[in-house]
Design a protein around this ligand. Structure first.
Ligand SMILES: O=C(O)CCC(=O)C(=O)O
Length: 244
């Protein structure tokens, strides 16, 4: 399987990669900050830290990092809001997996199709330590798929049952720490259990283009930040965090 490294193919494949967006020193700073947060008991539940950007300025600045936003802009265009973020941490041999799912299924307050997730590698991610997997093209037609309850060792509450022939098409999102992938909010993705001796942490950051997508702030649990460009028709409801 050839991996999609071209932002221009995001529309057809539903994902793409950007390598080395953060340098080695920045990766060390993020790993340190994650370790401190874990020790301080910031995680909401085992191996999951919800909305770090609303709790620690450090992570908010990661979400506003210019090179990262350049990558998001290459995919979604220039008018960007930051709607959610969370950390998926898989410890060596912890046995937890993430069932196949579409992100939009978890976000009733977020409307529209120009919605995407940055998956930022805080550790090197590969097949051994359960890099995320994606089924290319499964976002097409923007259909919300039926879900069933997930099992006890799965990190999310519900999942989509995927036929084996479709699962065979999955690509492994292997990347070095500091690199990132971007995936469409309708694409099927998940990850298996980490059978290796190495941690695999990823920071997922969710953005929308205000050209077509919007957030119902009466339903949304956290502030939405305008990080680049124009806020659109509902822009006054978002918190302006554009650079000076
Ligand atoms: O990190 C993972 O294994 C899963 C991440 C995920 O499900 C997501 O980005 O929505």
């Amino acid at each position: 399987m050839v991996l999609n490294t071209d932002a221009g193919c995001f529309g057809s494949e539903g994902y793409c990669f950007f390598s080395d967006v953060f340098g080695p020193d920045e990766v060390l700073a993020m790993q340190y900050s994650l370790d401190v947060g874990v020790r301080a008991g910031f995680l909401d539940r085992d191996q999951y830290y919800g909305e770090p950007h609303t709790k620690e300025v450090f992570w908010l600045e990661v979400c506003r990092y210019p090179y990262l936003l350049d990558a998001v802009e290459a995919v979604l265009g220039p008018n960007l809001i930051l709607v959610y973020s969370s950390m998926f941490i898989k410890l060596p041999g912890d046995g937890t997996s993430v069932g196949w799912h579409q992100d939009n299924n978890y976000w009733p307050s977020v409307h529209g199709t120009d919605v995407a997730t940055v998956w930022l590698a805080l550790d090197d991610a590969d097949a051994e330590n359960a890099a995320m997997r994606i089924i290319p093209g499964s976002h097409q037609d923007y259909q919300e798929m039926e879900t069933v309850p997930a099992g006890e060792t799965e990190m999310l509450r519900k999942k989509v049952q995927v036929a084996p022939d479709m699962e065979d098409q999955a690509v492994m999102m292997e990347m070095k720490a500091g690199s990132l992938s971007i995936h469409d909010s309708y694409i099927l993705h998940g990850s298996q259990a980490n059978e290796s001796g190495c941690r695999r942490a990823g920071y997922t950051i969710r953005y929308c283009s205000t050209d077509t997508a919007w957030v119902d702030m009466d339903q949304h649990p956290i502030p939405v930040f305008l990080v680049r460009g124009e806020g659109g028709a509902r822009g006054e409801q978002y918190t302006d965090l554009r650079p000076e």
